[in-house]
Ligand binder design. Sequence first.
Ligand code: HDE
Length: 739
Amino acid sequence: MAKKPASSKTSAKSAAKLTPPVLAGADIGGETPHKADAIPPDADISFSYAGPQGPAGETHQSAEGDIATLTTQNGIPVADDQNSLKQGARGPTLLEDFHFREKIFHFDHERIPERVVHARGYGAHGFFELTDSLADVSRANIFQRVGERTPAFVRFSTVAGSKGSFDLARDVRGFAVKLYTQEGNWDLVGNNIPVFFIQDAIKFPDVVHAAKPEPDRNFPQAQTAHDNFWDFISLTPESLHMIMWTMSDRAIPRSYRTMEGFGVHTFRLINDEGKSTFVKFHWKPKQGLQSVVWNEAVKINGADPDFHRRDLWDAINGGDFPEWELGVQLFDDAFADSFDFDVLDATKIIPEELVPIRVVGRLVLDRVVDNFFAETEQVAFCTQNVPPGIDFSNDPLLQGRNFSYLDTQIKRLGGPNFTHIPINAPKCPMAHFQQDGHMAMHNPKGRANYEPNSWGPTQGGPRENPARGFRSFPDVADGTKERVRSESFADHYSQARQFFVSQTPIEQKHIVDALVFELSKVERPDIRSRTVSHLVNIDAALAAKVADGLGLPLPDAAVAARKPITDLPPSEKLSIVKNGPASFKGRKLGILVSDGADASILKALLAAVESEGAVFEIVAPKIGGVVLSDGTSVAAKHKIDGGPSVLFDAVAVVVSAEGASLLALDAAARDFVTDAFAHCKFIGISAEAEPIFSKAGIADDLDEACLPLMQPKDAGTFLKACRALRHWPRELTVDLDAS
Ligand code: HDE
């Protein structure tokens, strides 16, 4: 007789024990029958998909009340989601298990290609409201009626890092806005920096390849501090203006909420008469500009790689809706002709002092996404999406982008029907004869799928509309067909210098530090030296400091294609420090507490935080919180080693004598105060906190931005001081490079 297979050892009795429910404490539905009649047979179920919980109405009883019935994608109710179908309890899994097969197949196909650039991003919904009509210069529907709101979706991003990289990379930030106007979607796909690395789109693959991880080793991730990037930059002088911005604090924003957005290119507005006005678009944050410092950024990336997305999520869910003004710089051909630079050159700005900004609206973000993938990941921006009244200039970078974005979305989202995905679909009526393809959701009805046709208004489908439709501006162009760069694009250093001289001394120091940091990661001395040779053309002192920081002899100036203009006036608007917030509103105070901490001080501090419109988080030795001097308990948001001071805009230490002596022994508590001090933050210090500071070695260095919290009334004074965000003079005392 053949030997019995091993599986037969499992008795029917023990197998029965493994049937559902098997998860201790989990209520997975038990025996309740599926209500097959919950959807009436004549119901319109075309859009009744209610997410993974199953169609609304498909419920059964659980301990907590009605609960949706789990179904397959085809709506078939599932009885057991814990075990695959087997031939015997220890036998092989059966191909017949359609639920298992569907679940695993779907899982295997969950990923789509990440964006080739701007892979890591975070989006939110909101609206644009017109505050000043632009009807005089544009016939765009969105710009006609003051007070009218247009739905919006915004996606912020880093550029170089992968989807799973950290938020505080030193990098440009994407600021992409989709406006669902009544005449079609307008995608203003901008950045938080108003210029770009290159002038012609044909160089885009090169600059991106150079910035991304090196191809043989696949590192470094989300960093430009490596040879390939600086090799390309030092061989591409047109990038130098952008480099000044990316080496400034603009590239390490405190929050998406505290950065500007720029359309970068010159666009056109077209009015009812067909007249064209050039325009540059700006988003100005009502929150003011704010950045972190580099040493802080490095530590934030370890403490909370999701720092920016968490900040946006928390602010919106907390009802503190971020807001930006839309500003336009309008100018005509005469200005364009008289300007020192070419308005078609995306490596140049037009200083606000030359063409002032006219504020015409506001953008408010007031709703987080329901589902990250469906909305933030699948949103597809295309620069070519402009409604009638907005048009392109001949900027060769913009022209190239108009080609690239549609192509990239077709690849990334799997076919030409990505506009059928709800986040991409226009919210205005649309009608066309484009049909079929993968995942076609909106299929035309009627007999005709071509035009012209003879099927009349009801069956024949839509027709072009010369009165309302988009007409390209009839720009006149001539010239020979050739691969050439205009001479008017040849000045690469003048505006780089203008940016540098517009910075406050501390911001200039940060630019020097950033260049020294990045170039110190470059292995080849010739690349370091070649980069500095360009800085000589920007500012002699800047070049000398960077050369010194690298331990490098100062090289000769690089040969300039055109002699730089050295007397461009500084522009106030280019500095972050000069355009910071006037209050601590929306900022975060981290409060380190211990058992026995003075309750009256802590309560006064929390009241002051609230009246300032700020938020706080409690950091304690244990996540269970502390008991204050008056016996009240306070819950903690962070255990001390999970809530370092880099996560906060300012910190306070409110501890008892006993708490202070214990915390003084804890490296995380000492780092909490030394980092806050080194990052020039305002620090509130209660009477008993001194041992932590002295053990941390900074008790004798405390300055006027380290404020006492001796009595409750000190709390208000401290919070008011925090409005300045940083005490910059301290940086010169804590940074070796500054001496
Ligand atoms: Fe992009 N860019 N880009 N870019 N870009 C993409 O489109 C491209 C440029 C910007 O949150 C890609 O959907 C070319 C400037 C943002 O989904 C791709 C050139 C500016 C985003 C692409 C540029 C931007 C992108 C990759 C040189 C600021 C993210 C994935 C001509 C004005 C949008 C995708 C989002 C994304 C191409 C230069 C901003 C490949 C060819 C200049 C904010 O189509």
